[in-house]
Design a protein around this ligand. Sequence first.
Ligand code: ADP
Ligand code: MG
Length: 255
Amino acid sequence: MAEIIKISGLSKSFERDGQRLDVLNDITLGIEEGQIVSIIGGSGCGKSTLLRILAGLDTGYAGQALFEGRAIAGPTRKIGFIFQDHRLLPWLTVEENMRFSLPEGEPDKDGVIKKYIDLVGLKGFEKSYPKQLSGGMAQRVAVARALANRPDTLLLDEPFGALDAITKIHLQEELLSIWNRDPVTMVLVTHDIDEAIYLGHRVVVMTPRPGRIKKIHDVELGRPKSRTSSSFVKIREVIYKEFFAETDLPFAYTI
Ligand SMILES: Nc1ncnc2c1ncn2[C@@H]1O[C@H](COP(=O)(O)OP(=O)(O)O)[C@@H](O)[C@H]1O
Ligand SMILES: [Mg+2]
C-alpha cells in the first residue's frame, strides 16, 4: 500500500533562554494509507511537536515531512486533529460546533452533521452545550467534528488521556468500528501502552532528549484483537521494557 505520510531525517529544535533545545532527532517513518500507527514515549519526547509538524502547524524543521508526496506547508482539511481536550466552543451547541468547523463550500451541512453525530452515538444531544456533556461525550463530538471534514488522515494527540478507564475503552472501540467502516489513516499519540497496541497496526516507541525512534513494532495480532490474549500480553511486555528502560524506575516496580 502507498505511504500517505513520509517522514525522513526529520529534526527539530527550539530556542529556549538563548539555548538550543533539540526536540526531535533524525525521525524516519513512513505511514501507509489506511493504517493506524501508534506513537508512544514519555512526556517531553517530542510527540506533540511531531504531530504539529504533520498538521502543518510548524514548518521550521530540518529533513522531510511529506503528505501525499508533497512537503507539508500548512494546515489542510485533508488532515484532521483531535486533542486531549475537546476544544469545543462553549457558547455553541453540539450541532453548532459541528457546523462551525465545516467548510463554506459543504453543500449538505445538515446531512453531514446528522451523519457524524449519529456515527458517534450522540443522537438526541444536538442542542446540548459542551458543559452539559460528560467528558466522553464531549470527546465524541470532537471525533465527529474531525471526521465530518472527511480527512484522509487523522492525527490524535492523547485523545482519550483525560477519560476514565471504562469510557476510554468505549471510545477506543468506537474509533475502531468507525475505522472498520472507513479506514482513515491515523497517527495516534498516547502514553497508554495497551491503547497503542490495541489500536495500532504498528507501534512506534520514542525515547526522549532529543526525541528519537527507538523501535517500530508491527502488531501482527489479527483483528479483532483480544486485550488479554497471550500474544497481546507478550508484545505488551516487550514494549513495557523498552518504555521503562528510559526511566530511572527499577523495572520490577513498573509492572
Ligand atoms: N514552542 C516551543 N518552544 C520551546 N520549547 C518547546 C516548544 N514546544 C515544545 N517545546 C519543548 O519541546 C519538548 C517536547 O515537547 P512536546 O512535543 O510537547 O512533547 P510530548 O508531546 O512528547 O510531551 C519539551 O521539552 C517542550 O518543553
Ligand atoms: Mg504532548
